[in-house]
Ligand binder design. Structure first.
Ligand SMILES: *Cc1c(COP(=O)(O)O)cnc(C)c1O
Length: 414
């Protein structure tokens, strides 16, 4: 037995932002000035330099032949989508609403793909007329697209989203393998591909997406490898050569104590190997990975102001002007099984300030409205600024903003 105390797990360091005069610097501005510029709290802020740096570092490590797509459901703020469209090779959308934002942002329709279960006829029509690639997820979509192609006098560009016969191990959210509403089961593929062929749709390739928020490189590599092999097998039944192979993504980021940043090197090596194989075995195919949170989450913060400081039976509560209604995932209510704290700090008290154990709660009348559960934080008073890191994805647009009638939360790209 060693007598060193057991180390409690801690949050990965949040080094994407500088600190100046005891304040976090976001978009080149001290937090208190940024808050003044926004004109209110709460707000979300996304940092351009940090977004750019993330894409740059990813490009440096991944092989040059890999196409990088941004899955915009992670953060659909139009300014962010516009900024990302200039950095990545394509945008992945999941509704006609997102499609509009992507096209408005200047994304090249030939590099936009549209996935999602339950695409309505009107959405398919819009996607077809926009000339984007439609990821087919059911036999019904083939029938609808054949009719729409005839009506509009142009064949729909399609890929098939495959529900594989494997799962992404260690993934926060599994979206492939087993019975799923996403994609078409491998077993049904020969029939579906034959239907596409008969319908005269322009077949371009396959889309596989096994899951999300994965921090295990070996699992991601395994999923990519298996996806590639599955696509090779399916290509034999395809009506045309595969030109597009979306291997999914699932790259995670560290949210909770004990989690570390994903090691990209093994993934980059694996993708290099798959590129070589594609060159020989699927020579017309470009390989795509689609990332949402990995590209944008770490560049964003949620900022909310302390409205009240209360002590209940010895426990400190910082009551803020925003919470679950704006940031459902930080409250632990967006798919988490066990609630854990996001990295949180007092963004204007980062100097040499004593800390205390405090909980950060929002203004809603529900105990679920919790942003930090008994965390060690700089000692905060009314008007101080609570910062929730890792908030650039699944924040504003993934939260019940109308709940309890508080005002919606502004977002700024800085
Ligand atoms: C949600 C989703 C993504 C993005 O997932 P992240 O965890 O944000 O990277 C990518 N592809 C598909 C098909 C999705 O549904």
């Amino acid at each position: 037995m060693s007598d060193t105390p057991r180390q409690l797990p801690v949050h990965a360091p949040m080094q994407q932002f500088r600190v100046q005069d005891g304040e976090l610097v976001v978009g080149g501005e001290r937090l208190s000035l940024l808050a003044a510029r926004v004109g209110q709290t709460p707000f979300y802020a996304y940092d351009r330099a940090s977004l750019r740096a993330r894409v740059k570092s990813l490009r440096e490590i991944l092989p040059a032949g890999i196409k990088l797509h941004y899955a915009m459901k992670a953060n659909p703020m139009p300014a962010v989508v516009g900024f990302m469209a200039g950095l990545v090779d394509g945008i992945d959308v999941a509704s006609a609403g997102e499609l509009k934002v992507a096209l408005d942002a200047g994304a090249n329709p030939l590099e936009v793909s549209f996935a999602g279960p339950g695409k309505r006829r009107a959405e398919l029509r819009q996607a077809l007329a926009s000339r984007v690639l439609i990821n087919i997820e059911s036999p019904r979509e083939v029938v609808e697209l054949a009719a729409l192609s005839a009506e509009l006098g142009m064949p729909a560009r399609v890929a098939v989203r495959v529900n594989p016969d494997f799962e992404l191990k260690g993934s926060g959210m599994k979206m492939g393998g087993g019975p799923k509403q996403f994609g078409v089961d491998v077993e049904q593929m020969p029939e579906l591909l034959a239907a596409i062929s008969r319908s005269g749709l322009a077949f371009e390739g396959f889309h596989l997406f096994a899951g999300s928020q994965n921090l295990r490189p070996e699992s991601i590599c395994e999923a990519q490898q298996k996806s590639f092999e599955l696509a090779l097998r399916l290509a034999e039944h395809a009506p045309a050569p595969v030109r597009f192979l979306n291997l999914g993504g699932g790259f995670g980021i560290p949210y909770f104590p004990g989690e570390q940043r994903l090691d990209l090197q093994p993934i980059a090596n694996n993708l290099s190997h798959l590129l070589e194989r594609a060159h020989r075995e699927m020579p017309q195919a470009s390989l795509v990975i689609e990332l949402g949170r990995y590209l944008v989450a770490e560049a964003g913060i949620y900022v909310t102001r302390v409205v009240d400081r209360k002590i209940s039976r010895g426990q400190v509560f910082l009551v803020t002007d925003g919470g679950l209604n704006h940031h459902l995932s930080a409250s632990g209510n967006f798919g988490q099984v066990v609630r854990k704290n996001y990295p949180v700090t007092i963004g204007n008290k980062l100097g040499n300030i004593d800390t205390e154990q405090a909980s950060v709660v929002g203004p809603l009348c529900t105990p679920l409205d919790l942003l930090a559960d008994r965390m060690q934080l700089p000692i905060a008073q009314v008007d101080d600024l609570v910062v929730v890191f890792q908030s650039g994805a699944y924040g504003a647009s993934a939260s019940p903003q109308a709940f309890l009638g508080h005002a919606a939360c502004p977002e700024v790209l800085v």
